[in-house]
Ligand binder design. Sequence first.
Ligand SMILES: Cc1cc2nc3c(=O)[nH]c(=O)nc-3n(C[C@H](O)[C@H](O)[C@H](O)COP(=O)(O)OP(=O)(O)OC[C@H]3O[C@@H](n4cnc5c(N)ncnc54)[C@H](O)[C@@H]3O)c2cc1C
Ligand SMILES: NC(=O)c1ccc[n+]([C@@H]2O[C@H](COP(=O)([O-])OP(=O)(O)OC[C@H]3O[C@@H](n4cnc5c(N)ncnc54)[C@H](OP(=O)(O)O)[C@@H]3O)[C@@H](O)[C@H]2O)c1
Length: 419
Amino acid sequence: MFSFSDQNDFCGRRCVWVNGPVIVGAGPSGLAVSACLKEQGIPFVVIERSDCIASLWQKRTYDRLKLHLPKKFCQLPKLAFPEEYPEYPTKKQFIAYLENYAQKFDIKPQFNECVQSAKYDEACHLWRVITVSTNGSTQSETEYICQMLVVASGENAEGVVPEIDGLKDFSGEVIHAKDYKSGEKYTGKKVLVVGCGNSGMELSLDLSNHNAKPSMVVRSSVHVLPREIMGKSTFDLAMMLMKWLPLWLVDKILLVLTWFILGDTQKYGIQRPSLGPLTLKNHHGKTPVLDIGALERIRSGDINVVGGIKRFNHTSVELVNGETLDIDSVLLATGYCSNVPYWLQETEFFAKNGFPKTPFPNGWKGKCGLYASGFTRRGLAGASADAIKISQDIAKVWKKELNHKKQKVPTHRRCISTF
Ligand SMILES: Cc1cc2nc3c(=O)[nH]c(=O)nc-3n(C[C@H](O)[C@H](O)[C@H](O)COP(=O)(O)OP(=O)(O)OC[C@H]3O[C@@H](n4cnc5c(N)ncnc54)[C@H](O)[C@@H]3O)c2cc1C
Ligand SMILES: NC(=O)c1ccc[n+]([C@@H]2O[C@H](COP(=O)([O-])OP(=O)(O)OC[C@H]3O[C@@H](n4cnc5c(N)ncnc54)[C@H](OP(=O)(O)O)[C@@H]3O)[C@@H](O)[C@H]2O)c1
């Protein structure tokens, strides 16, 4: 299917020529691009640093996680969720759907191979992608050479661990949200949850469900919206309203409805940003929190909301308002970042933050066969839209080249026959 010429170069590195694109990452974005290419008969290679598909979902998320948008917004191209799935599938169901997706489209990533660098070689007009694969204690390098590169390594590739004064001296456990599974082992413990995005809110709720004592740090402001309004998903409602009304008006409507349902969140120490939820998401990429019960626990006092952190001590934390809290553990729900700047040697299309410089909806295609899938800050719906555009574009280039080659073949044959 794809022509693989396997050779070792003088450094002992395996060299592989790939017909078609190399796709970095076998998460939902990489799988979606792969499925769309497969349908058009275009060969590709998917490289995945982990030992499974969708490693974010399989290895770096907590047990109680569910999709927080209705399933119709989360399915990948060409395969709907099973009908019996609930409106908000669980993490387990989503992973099962993705496993089935990879099987249906016969997607077989190169597992345990991490892309270390990718660079466009101007001299030969090709991408050179270097990976390191780990097999037990042995490591080996491979260089893939290809005409097209699809970056699908994710907006959430690495956990962000902020530098906070004294954190290194804190004697209790400190983990990032990506390593949290359940509140079971925290029963009776005083846990500081740093961050109040969807992760911070849900980890606090989970801790409270397990009779731990969570304090959640809210250092600035955040929009908390109900997940549903009058039985309809808030996201769905917003999408519908946006078809007819300007963004600022949809924001106003959402905030009024939210006020009726959740009341005034400022009363509980959660300030609202001055920009509306959709405007803030569009301009600054900050995701609103879709509440699934944490606010009720904040109201009841089971989750304690605190302000910003000044510094950590051996067994406590000092807050900017001068208060000191004794704590047993710290959970850093401080967000995620892209890892593209660490391995992609390109600065025209990708910015320093690892996202395409061109804003949505045009940030999927760079120059020289470079593509970005899943960097729209629009979750799974954004990943699907990217995959369709990218695969169509690649198909156009692919078919053009194929025709070009076909036109050349008869000439070649003519030459041979004259001998
Ligand atoms: C806790 C959490 C919950 C979420 N819930 C939702 C939700 O409900 N709905 C929604 O729409 N979105 C949600 N998201 C957003 C989420 O990012 C997307 O759902 C989805 O996972 C994006 O898919 P992706 O393939 O772009 O990225 P990822 O899922 O992150 O996949 C990228 C893959 O690339 C691999 N990779 C990274 N770097 C390299 C490298 N250098 N070499 C080789 N492989 C590499 C990774 O191992 C990973 O498998 C959530 C995110 C988080 C963190
Ligand atoms: N399906 C689901 O239910 C679900 C669950 C979890 C996450 N997600 C998704 O996953 C993505 C990431 O969400 P996330 O909540 O992990 O990250 P996030 O939205 O980026 O939130 C990070 C939080 O950490 C805070 N923070 C960062 N550094 C801090 C510091 N030094 N001190 C105090 N606070 C600090 C931020 O505060 P500031 O705002 O002040 O910077 C913010 O509140 C989002 O797209 C989200 O929707 C979905």
